[in-house]
Design a protein around this ligand. Sequence first.
Ligand code: NAI
Ligand code: OAA
Length: 330
Amino acid sequence: MVKAVVLGASGGIGQPLSLLLKASPLVDELSLYDVVNTPGVTADLSHISSIAKITGYLPADDGLKKALTGADVVLIPAGIPRKPGMTRDDLFKINAGIVRDLVKGIGEYSPEAFILVISNPVNSTVPIAAEVMKQAGKFDPKRLFGVTTLDVVRAETFVQDITGEKDPSKTVIPVIGGHSGETIVPLFSLAKPAVKIPAEKLAPLIKRVQFGGDEVVEAKGGAGSATLSMAYAGFRFAEKVIKAAKGEKGIVEPTFIYLPGVTGGDAIAKETGVDYFSVPVELGPSGAEKANNILPQVNDDEKNLLEACKTGLKGSIEKGVEFVHNPPPK
Ligand SMILES: NC(=O)C1=CN([C@@H]2O[C@H](COP(=O)(O)OP(=O)(O)OC[C@H]3O[C@@H](n4cnc5c(N)ncnc54)[C@H](O)[C@@H]3O)[C@@H](O)[C@H]2O)C=CC1
Ligand SMILES: O=C([O-])CC(=O)C(=O)O
């Protein structure tokens, strides 16, 4: 039996993500939680003839507790999205508190669930989630994931213009680092199968993956950021976590984790100088079972990208940790 929960289920990501989870044969029970509109979204999805039993809650009457109780996987797309001209860090002011409070609920009502953080800025919201779980005495680093799958999906998609490969998802490209601008480091030199990218096309391709989010924010012109592609990516990652939990072997996916708590992570933390980083992670029944250190395989150009990444990540991680221990006055 798998119970999945979406916190922020009525939003631009939350609705299509809930649709994909409702339609998935991997999910037996689905609970939706949001501060608005969950009754409508739940009623709508409940007419779909799939196996998942669906319930929906608002904050009143212990809604968060009811949604989370018995959860195996909790996805968090709650929080505000960007508008043109904003950085992901501009969302911190509002989203940091939202993520903190929701994760407090997880610590209380479903401490053993896998936690998949989508809310931005991911580079800070994942450290916030970790610190909150630590304070609750329930932190299991193997069960906390920052969802960076959209960067992987974009890398697969954008490289297709060059490879001409019919099915873009067949080219595996590790994307490591964080989830914001220059902290996103796609490693095209490690693509499998190998891809040949003409020198003049490589830099624009890397930039496009790093700033793919901006492309959608600009195109939506004030109506938010990526929602449908994010729902696809969030579902794809959740599916892998669930399949691995059920015992499927050989599942490896990049995700933003707390390195010192995951086998193999210490060496990466030492090399990068940061405790949180996205690397390809071997998933298993207990979650993140092994962090694969692919840093020794990167080429010199990619090493330069990694330097910019580390600098950017450091401050965002510290900001998240600091927020939990010294919250700003209300
Ligand atoms: N990790 C990633 O790759 C990506 C992350 N995002 C991020 O995901 C977040 C959500 O984006 P959208 O769905 O487009 O935003 P949205 O505004 O459409 O939806 C957010 C939902 O969260 C709900 N919400 C707000 N406070 C809440 C609380 N305390 N408890 C429960 N629900 C609450 C809102 O009512 C709303 O329904 C943003 O922070 C965005 O930046 C977006 C795209 C990609
Ligand atoms: O760009 C944004 O604000 C949303 C996001 O994280 C993405 O699309 O990668």
